[in-house]
Ligand binder design. Sequence first.
Ligand code: HEM
Length: 161
Amino acid sequence: MNLVNLWIYLHDSAIGTLVRESSPVYATVETMHAIGMGVLVGTITVVNLRLLGLLKRIPVFMLVNLLPLIWAGFLINACSGSLMFVADAVKISQNRIFLTKMGLIFSGFLVALALRRLVFSNMAKWSRGGAIPRSAKILSCSSLCIWYGAIVAGRLTAYFQ
Ligand code: HEM
């Protein structure tokens, strides 16, 4: 089965048809996508701004408590986004803005992994008040650009069919 056949299969599946043809179901899925995005990008914003040296009243070692929220937001987004994708798989899979958004999400994921290695695997240092390395600041700045870029690309997807 090549990819186009897979997209046709998903589009015509019971779940694809349900999400596409039922306005309440589509609206619910889209609302979940907005909630997931709020939790994901909202939390990422707090973590990255702190690593950039703002929000100084939050101790850096406390940021680790926020990481599960990032995963929760991402999970909600991935599930709701996949349902919206399946509903219109043939068209969306060809949409360059959507593919750009997926590329941004993948890059955001890689930057998050790098930050985890650089900052979050070394909690003892932060509890002693160590200085945030320049590389962590560059990664944080890139992370903010990437995730806000993903929001813009997500919003524009509908306008470039
Ligand atoms: C993780 C996997 C994700 C998938 C598979 C996915 C998929 C989708 C799909 C299929 C749409 C509908 C596009 C359309 O028909 O116009 C959409 C909308 C959107 N997505 Fe995602 N998405 C994901 C994650 C994200 C993330 C992480 C963000 C933000 C950082 C995001 C932001 C948006 C926005 C802003 C919209 C437009 C919503 C609206 O107009 O109501 N998505 N997404």
